[in-house]
Design a protein around this ligand. Structure first.
Ligand SMILES: [Mn+2]
Length: 264
């Protein structure tokens, strides 16, 4: 349990669906009919993948940024994680287009990965300096008391460091001033999944938390339908697995599942 008594909520993978995200937050009492923060002193964690696969990832980013500004006026808080699709969008923006007419191999890989993974041209066109700065500064991991919040269910985070602060700083530097190869690694590593599934899953989760902190992992990225082996429309809530140490919260909106808003 957290020493902080405030309500904690998590949502993940809105993937370009601002209307659905607003509706889900409204149903949870976190925004009002105008979409303004109404969650009082609640603490909302958004676990990444704002962009791609849906029509308007920029509107999702703008909504999260606005709620981050509004929530503190009533004692609330909104914290947002970096998803693999944010790393891909940043790489595409910086390294995807061929600048000199002879695209490098890396430029081609960014462009084709972006296409294959639901990249939206109008999102790229609206990546203003303010939005780019926000994306590049997103933490890869949040450790909040008992919770270890990740976008992806992977151990690849440990490739960047041995503590949450070190990992976040290494990723931030890679996305801010790294070259195409470092940027590519951010996308590639965060695309990995299923680290906590199967027989050794609970031990893997315990090991990761022994290193990084927390007593419960909450992640998005891998949709519950795939983890639990059910069709996406049949998903009705988060999925606890690995001896109850791990909670998956991505209902798989883009695949026909619900956008879950989960009280933690
Ligand atoms: Mn993802």
């Amino acid at each position: 349990m957290s020493a902080d008594e405030r309500r904690r909520i998590a949502v993940s993978d809105p993937h370009g669906h601002p209307a659905e995200l607003t509706a889900a937050l409204r149903a949870a009492g976190l925004v009002d009919d105008e979409g303004a923060w109404s969650g009082a002193d609640a603490r909302l964690f958004v676990l990444g993948d704002y962009l791609d696969r849906g029509p308007d990832g920029i509107a999702v980013i703008d909504l999260v940024m606005r709620l981050q500004h509004e929530a503190p006026t009533s004692g609330g808080e909104v914290r947002a994680l970096l998803g693999n699709h944010e790393a891909l969008a940043l790489g595409m923006y910086e390294f995807g287009p061929a600048s000199d007419g002879t695209p490098s191999r890396r430029a081609q890989t960014f462009a084709s990965s972006w296409m294959r993974n639901g990249g939206v041209a109008s999102d790229q066109e609206r990546l203003t300096a303010e939005r780019l700065d926000w994306l590049r500064a997103l933490p890869a991991i949040i450790h909040d008391d008992d919770l270890l919040l990740l976008h992806s269910d992977t151990l690849e985070y440990l490739e960047w460091g041995g503590t949450v602060d070190e990992i976040n700083e290494t990723v931030r530097v890679a996305l801010t001033s790294g070259g195409a190869d470092e940027s590519w690694l951010c996308w590639e590593r965060l695309t990995d999944r299923y680290a906590f599934m199967g027989e050794g899953g609970a031990a893997t989760a315990r090991d990761l938390m022994a290193t990084l902190g927390g007593s419960r992992i909450v992640h998005g990225h891998s949709i519950i339908a795939d983890l639990a082996g059910v069709p996406p429309p049949e998903v009705t809530g988060p999925w606890s697995y690995a001896d109850g140490l791990v909670l998956a919260i991505d209902g798989g909106l883009y695949a026909g599942g619900p956008l879950l808003v989960v009280d933690l």
